[in-house]
Design a protein around this ligand. Structure first.
Ligand code: BGC
Length: 434
C-alpha cells in the first residue's frame, strides 16, 4: 500500500467514525473528504457509432439516412482515423480505463462472416489503449446492430439472440486476452425506447425485446467467464431519478446472478421529462449529490457488490454556457466529491468514467455536448478537439485520486432531492459550500 493509500485509508476511517456519530449529513467536526485509493479506476467513455464515423450499414446509419434524425451523421468526430490522438488525450488526463464499444455492424458486415480485416480497427484501438497503459472497457452492444439484422426484423426476431451471441463470442475470443472490463448491453431499458422512436419496434414488442436482452446478457456472461479468468461483467443501468425502482432496477434484478459489478450511468437530478424526449438534455437539472443517492440505492439493493459509474457527464447546448451557470469543471469536481463521500461512507465504488472524452453524435443530434474536449462537427471540417475547463480539472483529480480534503462545493445541495425518493429527501446529504 502506498503512502497516499495509507493516508487515504486513515482519513476514510476518521470520516466513517464521524459520519457514524452524526449520520450521513455533514459531520459536526468535519475531517474533510478522504481521497479515493490508488486502485480507483478513473476512466473515459464513448461508444462506437457515436464517435467513429465511417459507419457501416446498421440500424442507426439507416435512421440517419432516412432523415429520422435532426442532424446528418457525417463522420461524427472521426475516431476511426483519429483514435491514436484521442487515446493520447485520455492518457494525458491520467485515466486508467478507456471505454469503447465494438460495433457488431463493423465486425460482422454480412451474415456468417467474420474477417480479420473487419476486426483490424478494434485490434489497433485496443492495442493503443493497452500501450498507453490503460485498461479497455468493452461494450458489446451500445444500441447498434447490422443492417442485415434490420432486414430480419431486428429485436422483433426471436433468432436475434442467437445471432447476437454468435457475434459477441467472436469479440470475446478476440479481446479477452486484453483483460477488458465488460459491458454486455448498454442501458437495456433505454435501448427499446430508441428502437421505438426511430425503428420498427412497437410498444407491444418491448417485453419480448427485454426478454431477449436478458437472454443475450446471460449467455454471454457465462461465455466470458469460461474464456477470461476473473472477468468483470455488467450491463449498465441508466439511473432514472424518481423511477429507478420501476425502471432500470427490474432488469438488473433479472440478471442479478450474472453481474460482477453494477454499472451505473448517472446524469440528472430530475425524472425523465419532455426535454429528454426532445433530445434537449441541457435543460435537465444537475444534482451532483444525486450520484451519492444512486450509489446508495444500489449499495442497499446489492450489498457489497462493486459499483462502477460507467457514465456521468454534463450536457451543454452547442458548447454554450448553461443557463443555470454550471461549468463542466465545477460539475465534475462536485460529482467527484460525492464519490469520495460515498466511498468514505462504506459504499464499494470501484470506478468512474466521464462521458465523454469528446463531443459526439448524441443519437441524432450534434447539439447536446458532453465532451471534455469539444468538437464542432457541423462547422469545423478539421474536427479539432478543443479542451473545456474540465480537462485540467480531471487531470488534477486523477493525480490526487479526488478533490482535496477541504474541498468546498460550487453549488449547494438540493433541499429535498427526489433522485431516490423518499430517502434522498428524508435522509439528505449535505456538504460544505464555497
Ligand atoms: C448513453 C450514451 C449517451 C449519454 C448522454 C447514455 O444514456 O449510453 O450513449 O450519449 O447517455 O445522453
Amino acid at each position: 500500500m502506498g503512502v497516499r493509500s495509507l493516508a487515504a485509508g486513515m482519513a476514510a476511517v476518521a470520516f466513517a467514525m464521524t459520519a457514524a456519530l452524526t449520520g450521513p449529513g455533514l459531520a459536526a467536526a468535519d475531517p474533510g473528504v478522504p481521497a479515493l485509493g490508488d486502485d480507483f479506476l478513473w476512466g473515459v467513455a464513448a461508444s462506437g457509432f457515436q464517435s467513429e464515423g465511417s459507419a457501416p450499414d446498421s440500424n442507426w446509419s439507416r435512421y440517419a439516412a432516412a432523415g429520422k434524425t435532426a442532424d446528418p451523421y457525417r463522420d461524427s468526430v472521426d475516431f476511426y482515423h483519429r483514435y491514436r490522438d484521442d487515446i493520447a488525450l485520455a492518457k494525458n488526463l491520467g485515466v486508467k480505463v478507456y471505454r469503447i464499444s465494438v460495433e457488431w455492424a463493423r465486425v460482422q458486415p454480412h451474415p456468417g462472416v467474420w474477417n480479420d480485416a473487419d476486426f483490424a480497427f478494434y485490434d489497433n484501438v485496443i492495442a493503443a489503449v493497452k500501450a498507453a497503459g490503460m485498461r479497455p472497457m468493452i461494450t458489446l452492444d451500445h444500441w447498434v446492430y447490422p443492417g442485415w439484422e434490420v432486414d430480419r426484423g431486428g429485436w422483433k426476431n426471436p433468432a436475434m439472440v442467437d445471432d447476437w451471441v454468435a457475434d459477441a463470442r467472436h469479440v470475446v475470443d478476440r479481446y479477452a486476452a486484453a483483460d477488458p472490463l465488460w459491458v454486455t448491453i448498454n442501458e437495456p431499458v433505454g435501448y427499446p425506447l430508441l428502437e421505438l422512436s426511430h425503428g420498427d419496434l412497437g410498444p407491444a414488442d418491448i417485453p419480448a425485446m427485454q426478454d431477449r436482452l436478458v437472454a443475450a446478457h446471460d449467455a454471454i456472461y457465462d461465455y466470458i467467464h469460461a474464456v477470461q479468468r476473473g472477468a468483470m461483467v455488467t450491463s449498465n443501468v441508466a439511473y432514472m431519478p424518481g423511477l429507478e425502482s420501476v425502471a432500470a432496477l427490474p432488469f438488473e434484478d433479472r440478471v442479478a446472478a450474472k453481474l460482477d459489478y453494477i454499472g451505473i450511468d448517472y446524469y440528472y437530478g430530475n425524472p425523465p421529462n419532455a426535454d429528454a424526449l426532445k433530445n434537449e438534455p441541457w435543460r435537465n437539472s444537475l444534482q451532483p449529490e444525486g450520484i451519492y443517492y444512486a450509489l446508495r440505492h444500489y449499495a442497499q439493493r446489492f450489498p457489497g457488490k462493486p459499483l462502477y459509474i460507467v457514465e456521468n457527464g454534463m450536457p451543454t447546448e452547442n458548447g454554450q454556457p448553461r443557463a443555470d451557470g454550471w461549468t463542466r469543471a465545477d460539475d465534475l469536481r462536485d460529482t467527484v466529491y460525492w464519490l469520495q463521500r460515498a466511498k468514505a461512507d462504506g459504499m464499494n465504488v470501484m470506478g468512474y468514467n466521464y462521458w465523454s472524452l469528446t463531443d459526439n453524435y448524441e443519437w441524432g443530434s450534434y447539439t447536446p455536448r458532453f465532451g471534455l474536449y469539444t468538437v464542432d462537427v457541423l462547422t469545423d471540417p478539421t474536427l479539432t478537439r478543443k479542451p473545456t475547463d474540465a480537462v485540467d480539472a480531471y487531470r488534477d483529480i486523477t493525480a490526487a485520486n479526488g478533490v482535496p480534503a477541504d474541498y468546498r462545493l460550487s453549488h449547494p445541495t438540493t433541499s429535498c432531492s427526489l433522485v431516490d425518493p423518499p430517502i434522498s429527501c428524508t435522509q439528505p446529504v449535505t456538504g460544505p459550500v464555497r
